[in-house]
Each structure stands twice: as structure tokens, then as C-alpha cells.
Design a protein around this ligand. Structure first.
Ligand SMILES: *Cc1c(COP(=O)(O)O)cnc(C)c1O
Length: 224
């Protein structure tokens, strides 16, 4: 993908986010676009940064660590750790990320809390909205329990919920899951909702997403 390709795709996605906000009667700044850069080279992130993007999402702790080091010269770049995490990799996320989207275990929260210094790490509890055996995340009924368990930990702030529904051809199929996640967040008194990817971010915004995680539409297909 050429450099110009990334800048123009980013502009298109930003415009689609703005349009979805307007359509939903929400202010344009209501949704943060997280550019998911996993498996993309640091140079692709630089191009998106030059085009004005500041928030980037990475799935794998080691890749996050390497890229944060390679791109340490870029001021105000914000890292979102969006993938599942093992306790032995918590140090990387705690030291580099501003937001962790995939909290699903008390042990990981404890380890993040222990390793974090400075501003609290904002965390989102990942909910397995469709009950998929292959996916991470807590069952909807378990979210309150995990929230209660981790709420008192220092250096963390549980700010909301995240989901990644099954990939479908029709984005409308995601709507019930997004709606359920929004209702669950409301019932727990949490304000942030990380939901929506390339396949369905406009539907997610219409259901109240405050962060969308978009990779392919910005960077093109991921290299294997
Ligand atoms: C890869 C990934 C995304 C981005 O998916 P695209 O289809 O490339 O937009 C979003 N969220 C999570 C958790 C991911 O792993």
C-alpha cells in the first residue's frame, strides 16, 4: 500500500466516522478513531501519523513494545493495547499503553496495576457478546463481578466495555450485540464503549461506540 494510500484512506474513514456521528445526532468528537496497526510496519504508522492520526491499536505485547521503541520520536502518539494479554506480558502494556481494551481476568488486572506507574491505565472489560467458544472476554453476566474485583486496584481505571462480535457479511448483524453491550455498560455505570471495526464501525457508532478500532480500511490488508 502506497503512502498516499494510507493518508487518503484515513481521510475517508475519518469522514465516515464524522458522518456516522452526525447521523446519530452525536457530536463529531464523540468517537475516537483507533487505527489498528497490528502486523503493519512502523513506516505505515508514521504515514498515518503524518496525516494526523494519533491513536494506534496493537494486539500483541511484543509487537507493541518493538513499535513503541521504533516510534518513540513521535510526540503525543497514543498506544491502545487491544488484544488478549498474558500476565507475563503485562509489564509492556503497563509501561507503554494508555488504554487496554481486553481486560478479562482479575490476574491480568492485578499485574497491570502492579507494573503501572504515572497516570492510571484506562481499561475496558472485554465481553464475549455472542458466547463464542473461540473468543476471549467474559460472559455478560460475569462483567459486574470482574468490575467489582478490579475496581479498587491502584493505577487502573475501568472506564468501559469492549466487544468483537462474530464477523458477518452484513454489518446489521452486529447491531444487537452492540446494543446489548451499550445496555450492559449503562447498567454498570461505565461510559466508554470500544466497538466496531472495518466491517461494522458505522453501526457501532449509531449504537453509542465511543472508540472504534479500524485496521484494514486504513492500512489495507494485513501482511501474513
Ligand atoms: C484486528 C482487530 C481489529 C481491526 O480489524 P479490521 O477488520 O482490520 O478493522 C479491531 N479489533 C480487534 C480486537 C482486532 O484484533
Amino acid at each position: 500500500m502506497s503512502d498516499k494510500g494510507i493518508a487518503s484512506r484515513l481521510a475517508q474513514v475519518s469522514e465516515r466516522v464524522a458522518r456516522a456521528c452526525r447521523a446519530a445526532g452525536r457530536p463529531e468528537g464523540a468517537v475516537e478513531l483507533v487505527a489498528v496497526s497490528k502486523l503493519q510496519p512502523p513506516e505505515a504508522i508514521r504515514e498515518a501519523y503524518r496525516a494526523g492520526q494519533r491513536a494506534f491499536g496493537e494486539n500483541y505485547a511484543q509487537e507493541l513494545r518493538d513499535k513503541a521503541a521504533a516510534l518513540a520520536d513521535l510526540p503525543k502518539l497514543r498506544w491502545h493495547a487491544i488484544g488478549p494479554l498474558q500476565t507475563n506480558k503485562a509489564r509492556t502494556v503497563a509501561s507503554v499503553a494508555q488504554v487496554f481494551h481486553a481486560l478479562d481476568r482479575r490476574e491480568v488486572a492485578r499485574e497491570l496495576s502492579r507494573r503501572r506507574s504515572g497516570a492510571p491505565l484506562r481499561c475496558l472489560i472485554e465481553v464475549n457478546v455472542a458466547g463464542e467458544a473461540t473468543k476471549r472476554g467474559v460472559a455478560a453476566e460475569e462483567a459486574r463481578k470482574l468490575l467489582d474485583e478490579v475496581r479498587g486496584l491502584p493505577n487502573l481505571e475501568v472506564a468501559g466495555l469492549m466487544c468483537l462480535p462474530p464477523l458477518e457479511d452484513d454489518p446489521e448483524r452486529s447491531r444487537p450485540h452492540f446494543r446489548a453491550l451499550a445496555a450492559l455498560a449503562r447498567s454498570l455505570g461505565l461510559s466508554e464503549l470500544s466497538m466496531g471495526t472495518t466491517a461494522d464501525f458505522e453501526v457501532a457508532i449509531s449504537e453509542g461506540a465511543t472508540m472504534v478500532r479500524v485496521g484494514t480500511a486504513i492500512f489495507g490488508e494485513r501482511p501474513d
